[in-house]
Design a protein around this ligand. Structure first.
Ligand code: ADP
Length: 499
């Protein structure tokens, strides 16, 4: 590849688009309606490719293939070890194409190419290999029971699973959902976001090459209210695993309730606090806070969007955070020098700018940034607001853009109270050298992931998910397998049958 790993030059070109159709039952097919939709390059607003647009009837076909593969195919019936070997091969194939895959997400989602090569893809491979290793270690318990009976539990794959995923991490979220479901022995339909349909099709192609049987992993691109809704309301889908907005999470749960009561897990929005105490190293804290909100242009559900700084270091922090934001390099995500690419599409770009305008109207002080930048494309300057009050819209809503809201606090009690004053509960960061403070805050903040003196410290073995309006159910870790498994109790008389 032309990618220069010394990070000095950026000769890397946009990749060729090889796959644009739906992937159903092991083959690439047009949608039944013949419809296609455009996927847009957020660097310039130009069309990258036209992609087959799946509708209800295509979802029906994919579910039928997945049902057949589940009820009669070998994937759920083969040994966990066998599934794990194929998943390992799948991982190796992805690794061989990692630059091409990272570049696909760069042009489709505006994500940094270097982040794809060094973070998203290696992390996705870790997840896939972690669950490949877990596939032959799925077991139940023996039950002593009382009196005349003994028993055991069996963990069985839940069946046909629908994965509905968003556009901000098209690769990582694909593997966060697909890997444990494959390990469990499920069959599945993936519906990528309409903004980022490309990389999932490449993964489907590689899955087939690795030996995942036809019908086990289907990819149906299309829109949320058609293809997505067809999955969540389908009578023959046993579980749906969703990552996206709280608003759509509610619709999915409603559709599940109204159809077949399929099991639901939801990983939704966030407004995560990052709490910085007086004893912190200010330079380190500024670096962490900048990364926590500007990484992936703030399009990340765990973004550290509310930054609470203790009064003793507040002024110094504000000054240094502004300097850091001004130096933050915004530009073409294929360029290895760049730290922030464009927002995913025009709609998100306009939404973030309207929140920024609202913040100013509400009386927050725009410390730095706040404007679109670069001549074309959906780029926004790294933005910091100070004098933010907890009841302002910019402090309450998930903006999903590079907008830091800075707030001052005096005591640990106040920090905990403010951190918890949110509808969400996905993640929180704490910066302090005091172990007692870190322990106390960790246990008091109602959020699914707590990062002490670090941020975005994801690991395949660490469960991830939300409290409150951030949803329920866990991805990642051994807990991440649970939603793809049923638990069956088998009971037998211990000595003589009473009948
Ligand atoms: P965002 O706000 O981050 O774009 P969304 O929650 O709108 O996230 O979208 C996440 C995923 O949910 C996408 O794949 C989208 O197509 C899908 N989706 C949107 N609306 C629905 C719906 N009514 N039913 C099922 N899926 C939907």
């Amino acid at each position: 590849a032309e990618y220069n790993s010394n990070g000095k030059s950026h000769e890397f070109k946009a990749p060729e688009i090889k796959f644009t159709k739906l992937f159903i039952n092991g083959v690439f097919v047009d949608s039944l309606s013949g419809k296609t939709f455009e996927t847009i390059d957020p660097r310039n607003g130009e069309v990258i490719a036209r992609v087959s647009e799946g509708g209800k009837e295509d979802v029906d076909l994919a579910v039928k293939a997945a049902r057949q593969a589940f009820d009669h195919g070998k994937w759920p019936r083969m040994s966990g070890y066998g599934r794990g070997r194929i998943m390992m091969k799948f991982a190796d194939l992805i690794e061989q194409h990692k630059e091409e895959l990272a570049a696909l997400d760069s042009i489709d989602a505006g994500k940094l190419f270097t982040a794809g090569v060094h973070n998203d893809i290696p992390h996705s491979l870790n997840i896939l290999r972690y669950y490949a290793g877990a596939a032959d270690k799925i077991h139940g318990e023996t039950l002593k029971l009382s009196g005349e009976y003994q028993g055991y539990t069996l963990k069985e794959p839940i069946g046909v699973v629908g994965h509905i995923i968003p556009w901000n991490f098209p690769t990582t979220l694909f593997f966060l959902k697909v890997s444990p479901a494959l390990a469990a022995g499920c069959t599945m339909i993936v519906k990528p976001a309409e903004q980022t349909p490309l990389s999932a099709l490449f993964f489907a192609h590689l899955a087939k090459e690795a030996g995942i049987p036809d019908g086990v992993l289907n990819v149906v691109n299309g829109f949320g209210n058609t293809a997505g809704a067809a999955i969540s309301s389908h009578m023959d889908v046993d579980a749906v695993s969703f990552t996206g907005s709280t608003e759509v999470g509610r619709l999915i749960m409603e559709a599940a309730a109204k159809s077949n009561l399929k099991s639901v897990s939801l990983e939704l929005g966030g407004k995560s606090p990052l709490i910085i105490f007086d004893d912190a190293d200010v330079d380190m804290a500024v670096a962490l806070a900048s990364l926590a909100i500007f990484y992936n242009k703030g399009e990340i559900c765990v973004a550290g969007s509310r930054v609470f700084v203790q009064e003793g270091i507040y002024d110094e922090f504000v000054k240094k955070a502004a300097e850091s934001a001004k130096k933050w390099v915004v530009g073409d995500p294929l360029d290895p020098q760049v730290q922030q690419g464009p927002q995913v599409d025009k709609q998100q770009f306009e939404k973030v700018l309207s929140y920024i305008a609202h913040g100013t109207r509400e009386g927050a002080t725009l410390l730095t940034g706040g404007k679109p930048c670069c001549d074309k494309g959906y780029y926004i300057e790294p933005t910091i607001f100070t004098d933010v009050k907890e009841d302002m819209l910019i402090a309450e809503d998930e903006i999903f853009g590079p907008v830091m809201c800075l707030m001052k606090f005096k005591t640990i009690e106040e920090a905990i109270e403010k951190a918890n004053a949110t509808r969400y509960g996905l993640a929180a960061g704490i910066v302090t050298k005091d172990l007692n403070v870190a322990n106390r805050v960790s246990r008091s903040v109602r959020a699914g992931s707590i990062w002490i003196n670090c941020y975005f410290a994801f690991d395949p073995d660490a469960p991830f998910g939300g409290y409150k309006l951030s949803g329920f159910g866990r991805d990642s870790g051994l807990n991440g397998l649970d939603k793809y498994l049923q638990v069956k109790s088998v009971v037998t008389p211990l000595y003589n049958s009473p009948w």
